[in-house]
Design a binder for this molecule. Structure first.
Ligand code: SF4
Ligand code: SF4
Length: 273
């Protein structure tokens, strides 16, 4: 658990929850929220930031992140490194504010709101439900402001709705802890979860330079799309992860690889890498 739970308001909220908040350049706490934070990155965060910086996903991960492994599930997460100064500042904060503002991560967009996803019972059986909560850091003076929001209107104003759409299936994968009896991943699956989630340039090589596309039944149109469209490749990665983690039958293996002379290759593919 990376979040400072002492600042979390423990009530789960919906998009209709109301709050007052105003954050602006002249506030005395300006950019104070950009220090001493462990910001878990999402796959779409990394796509946006590495494209903005004009570097590969591998270089971004190496320079700006460290890996946090969840003890319970063994899921790996990329966390934004802070700078090696007394204030442990985010590497992208400047006196004028966030230097990557238009491409800032989802967690920064939502702040002072936090969000999560859980499985709840319903008449139709277990369903996935997104929930929200307030983060009340005493150093953040924004709550003293008078601008009225709902979590829904804040989410749209900050552009977090697009990030949710992009990351939804990845977040569903993180619910695996509630659906799988085997909570820990094998080292190969753990490595593939990291690769397909975060290192899109290396994942592209894996998709196009291995036998994966021979083994799987995938539409030609989809193959063409993932060649050039990074977000489509990212979403294909989520489908692939759901398949190899046995969460959903999102993909199909071609008949000739199910049995017979090639079955060992399909098995190798099933355990990933
Ligand atoms: S009001 Fe809160 S969110 Fe805005 S700059 Fe200050 S600490 Fe950060
Ligand atoms: S990415 Fe931008 S908004 Fe987020 S912590 Fe860093 S400087 Fe602040």
């Amino acid at each position: 658990m990376l979040m400072d739970m002492s600042t979390v308001d423990p009530i789960n909220r919906t998009l209709n929850a109301e709050f007052k908040f105003r954050c602006h350049h002249d506030i005395s706490c300006f950019t104070k929220c950009c220090s001493r934070k462990s910001i878990i990155l999402t796959p779409y965060d990394i796509l946006r930031i590495k494209d903005r910086l004009g570097i590969s996903s591998g270089d971004f991960l190496e320079k700006y992140t460290y890996t946090y492994i969840d003890e319970e599930t063994s899921h790996p997460y990329a966390v934004l490194k802070t700078m090696d100064d007394n204030e442990e500042k985010c590497p992208f904060v400047t006196p004028a504010g966030c230097s990557i503002y238009e491409d800032r991560p989802s967690n920064c967009r939502y702040y002072p709101v936090g969000q999560g996803i859980m499985i709840v019972d319903s008449d139709k059986g277990p369903i996935k439900e997104e929930f929200y909560f307030f983060i009340k850091d005493p150093n953040c003076l924004g709550y003293q402001g008078d601008r009225e929001w709902t979590i829904g209107s804040w989410r749209i104003e900050q552009g977090a709705d697009l990030y949710d759409e992009m990351n939804r299936e990845w977040k569903e994968i993180q619910l695996r802890r509630n659906t799988s009896e085997q909570s820990k991943l094998t080292p190969n699956k753990q490595a593939m979860l990291y690769l397909a989630s975060y290192d899109i340039d290396k994942f592209r090589k894996f998709v196009f330079e291995s036998k994966l596309l021979d083994i799987l039944e995938i539409d030609k149109e989809e193959v063409e799309k993932i060649k050039t469209d990074e977000t489509a490749l990212m979403k294909f990665g989520f489908k692939y992860l759901k398949y190899i983690l046995m969460l959903e039958e999102t993909l199909k293996v071609r008949g000739e690889y199910k049995k017979g002379e090639h079955s060992h290759e399909a098995e190798g593919f099933g355990s990933a890498i």
